[in-house]
Design a protein around this ligand. Structure first.
Ligand code: UDX
Length: 442
């Protein structure tokens, strides 16, 4: 059992704090946000994440987990400090390390002489080493060591990902540091999780390389889906067969309106910017960024094609505002672009999302928010599905044909049964699965 401080209680920090407490450590989570700290100490989550609340409550109850604003008090009693504060993008795409640096300065001031500092935040290559030097420049004690231990948690599956990661990456300089961190995660070894031990720069780049590759894979299948639409091919079969090739793999080949979220878009911009600063033109990564932006704008273009160009004054039901299902996060969600484009075109938007409406309302306060998907489609001329929530898979076509004014369905996540939709008289368009007859009749 170790005394651990986790600085930053966002998605990553909170899941890590709760997970480490559950592995038997005494953990103090630290954040600058008073309201958040009060909520967390009451066992309340500041965001939606399936399964996390039960772990939060159970570990607070066991006495192994608490939260404070007082970074000094948390650091002084800990032998290991995890840093999981945000590294938001600057205007040029590079990562802003301000929060990380101020946390490191507090650690340098208050940490006991032998402390391990674990960088969980996603940071540009070279940052962990630079942070170690920053500590050493502030105090003479050489006993504080920095390691890089990137996180691969997915929102919506974060608890599962913490306890069953595909791998644990440890970028450390000394055997002492490696052993401490490996010891903390040793319970995961029972699940045969592989540990990758390497230098700090490699660990930092593993994270960016992984996210950039995932973003590329998604963008590839999204562009393929656009082409499949034009030529009358079936993207589901294309993706499935591609995935059967062991060199490719079946995951992350589901077409959608473009990738979003707090990590992929931010990380690939930061990677491109790191490339620039080292004089390496990351042209592939840059194309993915541009292609993803273009794909998001294609949603309203498709809708206009289906409606016959004019969209002004029409009522459009938008189902799904979160950047993916099982989260209330709307950061960089394609829905932000789609709703902005619809409003720009003069449409009325009737929106629904099972979890993300409050967060979306903060950006678009004036559109209509509806209590259910069926409510949103009342009187709508067209309906577009942007997020693959399970509840949208079972929309009632009979009810839809009664309440909707128009017959246009644009299903960007391919969640609806296209045959049933057509049988109920809808003009159905999926993403990359146009049927042959429709192509021939154009
Ligand atoms: C991502 C990484 O997966 C995770 O390892 C990292 O730690 C943080 O960033 P997350 O942002 O939670 O996780 O979302 P992810 O599940 O990766 O999805 C990202 C985006 O890609 C979403 O908008 C999602 O809808 C989209 N996506 C994903 C697709 O459109 N198709 C797919 O096949 C997969």
């Amino acid at each position: 059992m170790k005394d651990i401080a986790v600085i930053g209680t966002g998605y990553v920090g909170l899941v890590v704090a709760v997970g480490l407490a559950d592995l038997g450590n005494r953990v103090t989570g630290v954040d600058i946000d008073d309201v958040k700290i009060a909520m967390l100490n009451e066992g309340e989550l500041p965001f939606y994440e399936p399964g996390l609340k039960d772990y939060l409550e159970a570990n607070i109850e066991s006495g192994r987990l608490d939260f404070t604003r007082d970074i000094a008090a948390a650091v002084v009693k800990s032998s290991v400090v995890f840093l999981a504060v945000g590294t938001p993008p600057r205007r040029d795409g590079s990562a802003n390390l301000e929060y990380l640096e101020s946390s490191i300065d507090a650690v340098a001031e208050h940490a006991p002489s032998r402390t391990l500092v674990v960088i969980k935040s996603t940071v540009p290559v070279g940052t962990s080493r630079a942070l170690g030097e920053r500590i050493r420049s502030r105090r003479s004690a050489a006993g504080i060591e920095v390691v890089s231990n990137p996180e691969f948690l997915r929102e919506g599956r974060a608890v599962q990902d913490f306890f069953h990661p595909d791998r644990v990456v440890i970028g450390a300089e000394s055997e002492w540091a490696r052993e401490i961190l490996a010891g903390i995660y040793s319970a995961l070894r029972l699940n045969e999780v592989p540990f990758v031990c390497c230098d700090m720069e490699t660990a930092e780049l593993i994270k960016y390389a992984t996210n950039a590759f995932l973003a590329t894979k998604i963008t590839f299948i999204n562009q393929m889906a656009s082409l499949a639409d034009k030529v009358g091919a079936d993207i589901a079969l294309i993706a499935k067969s591609m995935g059967m090739d062991g060199r490719i793999g079946e995951k992350f080949l589901h077409p959608g309106p473009g990738f979003g979220g707090s990590c992929l878009p931010k990380d690939i911009r930061a990677l491109a910017s790191t490339g620039d600063s080292f004089d390496v033109h990351m042209s592939l990564v840059k194309s993915v960024i541009a292609a993803n932006e273009e794909l998001k704008t294609r949603v309203v273009m498709r809708l206009k094609e289906l409606l016959g160009t004019r969209i002004r004054g029409l009522s459009i039901a938008v189902l799904g505002l979160a950047f993916k299902s099982n989260t209330d996060d709307v950061r960089e969600s394609p829905a932000l672009r789609v709703v902005a484009d619809l409003l720009e075109e003069g449409a009325f938007v009737r929106a629904h999302d099972p979890q993300a409406m409050d967060n979306f309302r903060a950006v678009f306060p004036d559109i209509s928010y509806c209590a259910s998907g069926h409510e949103a489609m009342k009187g709508a001329d067209a309906l577009v599905i942007l997020t693959e929530w399970n509840e949208y898979r079972s929309l009632d076509f009979n009810l839809m044909s009664k309440v909707m004014k128009g017959r246009i369905l644009l299903d960007m996540r391919n969640v609806l049964n296209s045959r049933l939709a057509r049988e109920h008289g809808f003009v159905y368009r999926g993403n990359g699965r146009v049927i042959k007859e429709l192509i021939q009749s154009r």
